[in-house]
Design a protein around this ligand. Structure first.
Ligand SMILES: Cc1cc2nc3c(=O)[nH]c(=O)nc-3n(C[C@H](O)[C@H](O)[C@H](O)COP(=O)(O)OP(=O)(O)OC[C@H]3O[C@@H](n4cnc5c(N)ncnc54)[C@H](O)[C@@H]3O)c2cc1C
Length: 205
């Protein structure tokens, strides 16, 4: 399912982050249909800088200009705007954002889906790769606990699917500012001004 959004992702030097890298915490800046994620990678003096913005173009790898990126952060904190202005567009990964609805069955008697193949979800809660890793652990546990491969795959799905069904559901939330407190309870500063102050969330990898 196309989410109606684009994700623009790049890793930049912390020296080009206009002073926004102050600790190891993820910070999210949300407003006007745009989410900006700043994830410090301080051990390598870098920061992951992601903009997710509304866009009706569902082309898999759309062509976007620097001007289009700047429009998505118009009115944001000037440091966010300045980071965006300084980006080398050749290094920016541009993708339309898709997920899938929950699927009924992940396995036959001998073959199983896991990770995004089983439960691709939107990245708004940063749970896709985390879920794939948890799948791997759950599958290993199921294989050691069950008597047969067939039973192990059924046990794996029974363990993981309720969790990822829910994550797929809530990953479609959190887009508009009013939803932030539901998705990240207690993490929205009461003094937050629209599109300027960060919301810190530990939910993302
Ligand atoms: C914008 C964005 C931000 C995200 N942020 C986060 C985050 O903060 N935290 C988080 O946990 N998750 C995040 N995710 C989700 C995360 O990237 C995925 O959930 C994760 O990569 C899924 O891992 P996977 O191994 O299941 O699938 P993939 O990473 O898609 O790996 C599948 C691999 O199979 C290969 N392949 C496909 N077909 C074939 C074939 N026929 N033969 C051989 N190889 C093939 C592909 O090339 C690919 O390398 C984000 C996703 C997006 C799009």
């Amino acid at each position: 399912m196309f989410s109606g959004e684009h994700a623009y992702r790049v890793v930049i030097s912390a020296d080009d982050a206009h002073g926004l890298v102050v600790d190891d915490n993820l910070r999210m800046y949300i407003g006007k249909g745009t989410k900006v994620y700043l994830l410090p990678l301080r051990h390598r003096n870098q920061v992951s800088f992601d903009i997710t913005a509304l866009n009706p173009d569902g082309t898999w790898a759309p062509k976007v200009s620097k001007e289009s990126l700047l429009e998505t952060v118009s009115g944001f904190d000037e440091r966010i705007v300045n980071i965006t202005r300084g980006l080398d567009m050749n290094t920016v990964n541009v993708r339309a954002v898709y997920d899938i609805d929950p699927v009924d069955s992940w396995h036959t008697d001998s073959v199983v889906l896991m990770g995004d193949a089983a439960h691709s979800m939107l990245h708004h809660q940063g749970q896709g790769a985390n879920s794939a890793i948890e799948d791997a652990g759950a599958l290993a546990d199921a294989v050691t606990q069950a008597a047969t491969v067939k039973e192990a795959l059924a046990l794996f799905q029974a363990t993981r699917k309720p969790v990822t069904d829910e994550l797929q559901r809530i990953s479609r939330q959190g887009w508009i500012e009013e939803e932030v407190n539901d998705v990240f309870p207690g993490q929205k500063p009461t003094s937050q001004k629209p599109a300027s102050a960060p919301v810190t969330a530990e939910a993302r990898a």
